[in-house]
Design a protein around this ligand. Structure first.
Ligand SMILES: Cc1ncc(C[n+]2csc(CCOP(=O)(O)OP(=O)(O)O)c2C)c(N)n1
Length: 618
């Protein structure tokens, strides 16, 4: 067992090179076994085993720095830096994160979670190194999917001028979560498959290297802008930007990878190593279904099937169904995703209406402005996106959609706590960052029927409107409460006296539990489904203020800029004279873990909220 010999960083350097293959196999077996229990990003990690081993062999950590783009592929890096034991509680509350964390290890150079940041961050680390006269190596590892994000090119544009060493490894498995899309993907694919001209290139280079001053000529050729170069030098897109291109190299061949990394270290300037890898490598179900094993739920190792299949429909499923229905009714309805056709539920829409479906790559900013263009051109675009990734597109929402008051619908999935992906992925800011934008309207459904009603309403609304709904099973309670959706109107579910609970979206279910608990103590409790967070229903608040002594707002969003703050402000400005308690998330980044556990930890479960209410009313 070679894996047992890996207890801390650089232990891999004591392994006999002849055993690298066996170690790689042991790492794969370990990852499959552990992730089958905890869930996690299996496919990307199985594809990056040799690449990570080669990096650890060619570099000296922690002095040298590796920045993992997205960071979901850093599991082998965690194993090789002494964190093997952490896999028993991977992504669990107080357990090891599924992403690089500087607070977790000095070998994690930069925290990631969102895509396409690694070249910018790496360039920053390079400049910090140079200014301080240090000499370590900095390597950014970025996937071909992440290379569809604009920030990667902003960074390359900047790195082209660099005169000191900076290594970028393009880990190209020809997949994003789903199939990679777009011109860059096609470009990389051409390099990958153009065997004939690669052979030609290799032949020319080898011949030149054999001649006096041949090396200089190879360098010379790289710099010549001619049709000859186009013919023989793959990666010239990068070369023309001033980034030396090395590759393509087999990303599962450790000696070849080490050689090319050593070569790259000698380049003065930014250098890109193009490594070809296979997503899910070594585990047949993951090789066959790379999208399903990108972020896997716990599964049976033998069959690859989920251990706990979801019995009930998720909000994503409901969204998917209604989108297909609405796409059939109205030919103006279009759907846009930033590389998440599976996650957002748009796959069926894509199959039914391919001409009105757009996967734009991991490019949320572009997705939003593109949607604005579609809307300006008379379409009814729906941007389906996770709450935390939409953070990227704040200016596009404000500048391109809302100033022009364009009818773009934002279907915001994974709003609220998402659980095991942790602080980079929690969708707990959208109510704040959306509701401060003029012309934007924001609503949240209490259950699956309301999501359907809200989506239909939004498509006919005629201005910018966002619907936010959580990850996981759709609530199927309160079916009988189905008043038509009306802009800015809340829905009274129970109307009593004393305490009024005003709950947003996912918190309506929790509010029902809170109400039961308070009623068991003999209190009278009303429950209002807020429905709209912008505009808030001031009429319902006025009515509630007259009939209750305490209004409690409940939302799965940070308190700052959220629903409760707006309610408090209104009550105070209008001197409604009713006490108000705000149940919202703290001003903090919430770590990974089971959502129920997180809720009770931060006081957002029914018991905690109940306790606070009882304290408040004495
Ligand atoms: C801004 C942003 N949008 C979406 C995602 C979701 N996401 C995580 S990994 C991934 C695909 C990345 O593909 P690639 O870089 O090729 O890495 P691979 O998983 O193929 O190894 C996506 C879309 C994200 N992390 N960040």
């Amino acid at each position: 067992m070679y894996l047992e010999q890996i207890q801390k960083v650089n232990d891999i350097k004591n392994i006999d090179p002849k055993a690298y293959g066996e170690l790689a196999q042991e790492i794969r077996d370990f990852l499959i076994r552990k992730i089958s229990v905890t869930g996690g990003h299996l496919g990307s990690n199985l594809g990056a085993v040799e690449l990570t081993m080669a990096l650890h062999l060619a570099l000296q950590l922690p002095e040298d720095k590796i920045i993992w783009d997205v960071g979901h592929q850093s599991y082998t890096h965690k194993i090789l830096t002494g964190r093997k034991d952490g896999f028993d509680c991977l992504r669990q509350f107080h357990g090891m994160s599924g992403f690089p964390k500087r607070k977790e290890s000095e070998c994690d150079a930069f925290d990631t979670g969102h895509s396409s940041t690694s070249i910018s961050a790496g360039l920053g680390l390079v400049k910090a190194r140079d200014i301080q006269g240090q000499e370590h190596t900095v390597v950014s590892v970025i996937g071909d999917g992440s290379m569809t994000g604009g920030m990667a090119y902003e960074a390359l544009n900047n790195a082209g001028k660099l005169e000191t060493n900076f290594i970028i490894i393009l880990n190209d498995n020809n997949m994003s979560i789903s199939e990679n899309v777009g011109g860059v993907s096609k470009y990389l694919n051409n390099i990958r498959t153009a065997d004939s001209y690669l052979d030609l290139k290799r032949g020319i280079y080898d011949a030149l290297r054999g001649t006096p001053r041949g090396d200089n000529m190879v360098t010379g050729i790289r710099r010549v802008k001619s049709s000859f170069k186009q013919l023989v030098i793959p990666g010239m897109l990068f070369e023309d930007m001033g980034v030396t291109y090395l590759g393509p190299v087999d990303g599962h061949n450790i000696p070849a990878l080490i050689r090319v990394i050593q070569e790259a270290k000698r380049v003065q300037g930014a250098v890109m190593i193009h490594a070809i890898t296979q997503k899910g490598r070594g585990y047949a179900p993951a090789e066959r279904h790379p999208a399903r094993f990108h972020g896997a739920e716990p599964f049976d190792v033998e069959t690859g099937l989920p251990t706990n299949p979801h019995a009930k429909a998720s909000y994503t499923d409901v969204f998917a169904t209604v989108m297909c229905k609405m796409g059939g009714r109205d030919e103006k309805v279009a759907a846009i995703t930033a590389a998440m056709p599976d996650g957002t539920g748009l796959k069926r829409f894509r199959n039914m209406y391919p001409e009105r479906f757009f996967d734009v790559g991991i490019a949320e900013e572009h997705a939003v402005t593109f949607a604005a263009g579609l809307a300006a051109g008379g379409m009814k675009p729906v941007v389906a996106v996770y709450s935390s990734f939409l953070q990227r597109a704040y200016d596009q929402i404000l500048h391109d959609v809302c100033i022009q008051n364009l009818p773009v619908v934002f279907a915001i999935d994974r709003a609220g706590l998402v659980g095991s992906d942790g602080e980079t992925h929690q969708g707990i800011f959208d109510l704040s960052y959306l509701t401060n934008i003029p012309n934007m309207h924001v609503c949240a459904p209490k259950n699956k029927w309301e999501l359907a009603d809200m989506l239909k309403y939004a498509l006919d609304f005629g201005g910018p409107i966002a619907i936010r709904y959580p990850r996981g099973e759709a609530y199927d309670g309160l079916k009988e409460y189905r008043e038509p959706v009306e802009m800015g109107k809340a829905e009274w579910i129970y109307r009593e006296r004393e305490i009024a609970l005003f709950a947003v979206g996912s918190m309506v279910k929790t509010a029902e539990q809170v109400r039961e608990k308070l009623k068991a103590k003999g209190l009278q409790v009303s429950l209002v489904n807020a429905r709209f967070v912008k505009p808030i229903d001031t009429g319902a608040l006025r009515e509630a203020a007259g009939e209750h002594r305490l209004i409690v707002t409940m939302e799965e969003n940070v308190a700052a800029g959220g629903y409760g703050e707006k309610v408090l402000q209104y009550i105070s400005e209008e001197k409604l004279g009713v006490d108000c308690l705000q149940a919202a998330l703290p001003d903090a980044y919430i770590e990974h873990g089971n959502v129920e556990m997180l809720r009770s930890e931060i006081g957002m479960d029914a018991d905690s909220i109940c306790r606070r209410i009882l304290e408040r009313i004495g």
